[in-house]
Design a binder for this molecule. Structure first.
Ligand SMILES: O=C(O)CCC(=O)C(=O)O
Length: 303
């Protein structure tokens, strides 16, 4: 892994209010763009506070559905306790092996690994997604007018115990066509560095087609299928963001550092894209040998 060629987080370009053709060319060439100052310091603070409020609300409200942790296994990082508010998309997932019952919300917050469906919970999230926002100026510049937000997660790597997200292409998890019409936005709420689990990408890898996914600790690509010597780390300062193709292979390593790493992630699809059924997607998202390569096809085939 070529971590030395990663840009120091302070040296990212400031997010432009409008994308020039040079930026668009760079996106098409490398499969991603990374900018600082997508969120203001006020938005960073408000986002962190909103996640803390969600943690307190979910972990203290007896009406919320609670799933206790499963015994940790070496093969899955998804057996942690979960909270979900019925009738809403909001849920919160904790790291494996942690029992939050009876714990202080401040302690629980330090063990969260993921929030789903959170954007309706605070104005700061709605504002950053509004058509007039800096974030949307980039998304619209890359995907065209009126992109559709179809997935949102806040992804956290707690200090010392944050688990890895192995190599994958986000399109392996979806079933949207055409494949180029998906864009992920990953926004750092803390300085994201190699040590606390920043993004690592394979520049240009979005042009190499679909790679076979299987279920290991997560739905992932066998690294032997990737030229990981080409991989680079993409450190991003708090408030900065990476915009990337759904076909771009990427991963984040575990966090063994004392610094927590929080991020927001949104997925948009182009206005003309469409959701297709599994059979249609299997014909589209297949590897060089013609084998269906998505996470769902891996589940069906038992790997
Ligand atoms: O934030 C992370 O650690 C991983 C994000 C990611 O790659 C994903 O969820 O697709």
């Amino acid at each position: 892994m070529n971590t030395l060629s990663a840009a120091p987080s302070g040296s990212l370009p400031v997010c432009p209010s409008r994308l020039t053709n040079d930026w668009i060319d760079q996106y098409q060439e490398n499969g991603y763009l990374a900018f600082s100052h997508v969120l203001s310091p006020v938005e960073i603070r408000a986002s962190r506070q909103a996640l803390a409020d969600i943690t307190r609300d979910l972990s203290q409200d007896p009406r919320v559905d609670y799933t206790p942790p499963r015994p940790p296994t070496s093969t899955s990082n998804q057996g942690g306790a979960r909270y979900a508010r019925a009738g809403t998309p909001l849920s919160m997932h904790l790291e494996s092996g942690y029992d939050p019952v009876g714990q202080d919300p401040g302690d629980v917050e330090l063990k969260v690994r993921k929030y789903c469906g959170f954007s309706g919970e605070a104005a700061v999230f709605q504002n950053m997604l509004a058509p007039s926002s800096r974030l949307r100026a980039v998304v619209d510049g890359l995907l065209g007018a009126d992109p559709l937000l179809f997935q949102e997660m806040a992804l956290v790597k707690p200090a010392f115990i944050g688990s890895e997200k192995p190599w994958h292409q986000d399109n392996a998890y979806f079933s949207v066509m055409p494949l180029e019409a998906i864009l992920g936005v990953w926004i750092a709420l803390d300085d994201a560095r190699v040590e606390n689990g920043c993004m690592h990408v394979l520049p240009g890898g979005h042009r190499d087609g679909a790679l076979k996914h299987h279920h290991g600790v997560d739905c992932q690509i066998n690294p032997a299928l990737l030229d990981t010597a080409r991989a680079i780390a993409v450190p991003v300062p708090a408030g900065g963001a990476m915009f990337f193709y759904g076909m771009l292979p990427h991963e984040t390593p575990p966090n063994r550092s004392p610094e927590r790493r929080r991020a927001l992630q949104f997925h948009f699809r182009g206005a003309q894209s469409r959701l297709v059924d599994e059979e249609v997607y299997d014909r589209e998202f297949r590897n060089r040998e013609g084998i269906p390569a998505s996470c769902r096809s891996a589940s069906r085939r038992g790997f």
